[in-house]
Write a protein of this length. Sequence first.
Length: 373
Amino acid sequence: MPRRAVVEEEALSYPLGRSITDKLQKLNVPVQLLPRGARLSLPRAKTSAQGYEEAKNTLVVRVRKDRDFASCKPSAHYQLPLISSCPGMCQYCYLQTTLGPRPYIRVYANRDQILKTAGELMDRRKPEITVFEGAATSDPLPVEYLTGSLAAAIEFFGKSETGLFRFVTKFNDVEPILGLDHRRKTTVRFSLNADHVIRTYEHRTAGLEQRLEALARVKQDGYPVGVMIGPIITFEGWKEQYSRLMERIAAALDSGRTVGIPEDRSKTGEDMPFRTGQALPSHTGQARLSQTRQPDVVHFELITHRFTSRAKRNILSVFPNACLPMDESERRLVYGQFGYTKYLYPKETMEEIRAFFENAISRMPGGRLQYLV
């Protein structure tokens, strides 16, 4: 629940903008109207930490003017920009760098225009499949009760001939996306981690058991599902905790077995078995999707903990008491593709992590390693 909301005047010219505003007012959330041309101003803060916290409690309803969609390779062709940022306060989050020190949550009132643009991009690439990522710079699920944008996107892609949709979440309120005519065109992925990591670093997110229950529910509803584990952090007893995590994931997947999926909701879809560095799929036609579907495959995306000097500065300014393992002397310095440097685990540690998870995933029915970075 946001502490405050700011609604751009132009957003009220769209049905979704008016709907979100009405819901906020009924929930007694203070709503400020932002006139055309005016600049957004949040409450003054004495520290970066206070400014960050205020931004995370602010919802902005605006109109997205940019019609271009950012690339999202290798896991998708494009980002689907329905929402930016999220109310979670994870200490390690890369959005602290990409969205700046005041990452308020932005939702876009012109959703229909955004989906129309997605349709145009799909038409240009026909007959090839086009994949869209809905959570590249956000977690759209915690504000779904206000926007309905995920449900709209899921049904939009369910009706498309050559489009696939995917998003990842750390939250558990999946009720609004259950029972939709998704036709297995949307893959719902859950960001999971060891208990220690969630309790220590993932503030204001759903607990592990809640996420696992949500994973089982969406799988039972017929969605293709996936698991993201990141950042993988080594700590005392990390193998034991991650072993327990994998056992709990297997149990959740088993309890969410899809039985008797209605025919019209299981005709098409794919679990998108992409690997980092590989080309995106170029399947042709809806029949190809149906033929290649592997309903029980669950892909794992694994991301080891890494940081840049800039990210470390931002993290410590927002979370001055952060205890993230960011000692450069214990890391390996590498150069990123855009010229910046980042600190990764030593090669020996990376190989140990890879061997551990490859073994764990190989023993999980349907488990497939999509990538590990």
